[in-house]
Design a protein around this ligand. Structure first.
Ligand code: COA
Length: 192
């Protein structure tokens, strides 16, 4: 049986970087590569992963399938100057290589981001994605992320304008209850 492990990566070996580049390239070619529409040159991808490790506010979670990295997600903490948003983190770039999908890796990566956000005393996680990213939409909605808005001009892919959805999740149970109450109230208001 396949063995999935999720961890926060504070350093990456050359082999890990190569695995991340392979996973990213296959995800990009499959149409879901954290913003890239076609794989950049390998050296650019390698520099990208090494750069992620250097940014203090960017926490890199990686998923391993039988020891090899096959997916990642990043938790971005607010920068120190942003006191107004000091309790709000963002998840970005969640992807899993096509050959490692359907085994719970993305769910594990998202849960790891949430655990880390709680450890950093964050109260909310925000994220956004393209309306076409159906698997991710299912994933986040099944994990309690609430869609609060749509940007009709979120991305342009092959000349076509694509809408984007914005999600938020309250990490504390009490805050989640308050959000659910607010949503129910605004639904009622819309219906009346
Ligand atoms: C979205 C993505 C990360 C899911 O990765 P994954 O490891 O296969 O997902 P998991 O196995 O953890 O599945 C978790 C949940 O996601 C949803 N999901 C996963 N694949 C799905 C699919 N093909 N169709 C519908 N829902 C799907 C389900 O709700 C699933 O829960 P379940 O297994 O209990 O039904 C992966 O498909 C991917 O990399 N897509 C392209 C990039 C992308 O869209 N990234 C997110 C936005 S940045």
């Amino acid at each position: 049986m396949a063995n999935i492990e999720i961890e926060q990566a504070n350093e990456l070996s050359d082999g890990d970087i190569a695995d991340l580049c392979d996973a990213a390239e296959t995800a990009i070619l499959d149409g879901g590569g954290f913003g890239w529409l076609k794989p950049p040159p390998r050296a650019v991808l390698e520099r990208y992963w090494r750069g992620v490790l250097l940014v203090p506010e960017r926490l890199l979670m990686v998923g391993r399938l039988d020891g090899r990295i096959a997916g990642q997600a990043q938790l971005v903490l607010p920068p120190k100057n942003n006191e107004a948003q000091a309790k709000i983190a963002t998840i970005t770039g969640n992807f899993v290589a096509p050959w490692a999908r359907g085994m719970g890796m993305a769910r594990g990566l998202t849960a790891a981001c949430e655990r880390s956000a709680r450890r950093h005393r964050m109260r909310f996680i925000n994220l956004d994605l393209r309306e076409t990213q159906e698997a991710a939409i299912q994933l986040y909605e099944s994990m309690g992320y609430e869609r609060w808005g749509t940007n009709p001009h979120y991305a342009v892919v092959n000349g076509k304008t694509i809408a984007g959805y914005y999600y938020t999740k309250a990490l504390a149970r009490s805050a989640r209850k308050a959000t659910a109450k607010r949503s129910a109230a605004s639904r009622k208001e819309e219906e009346s």
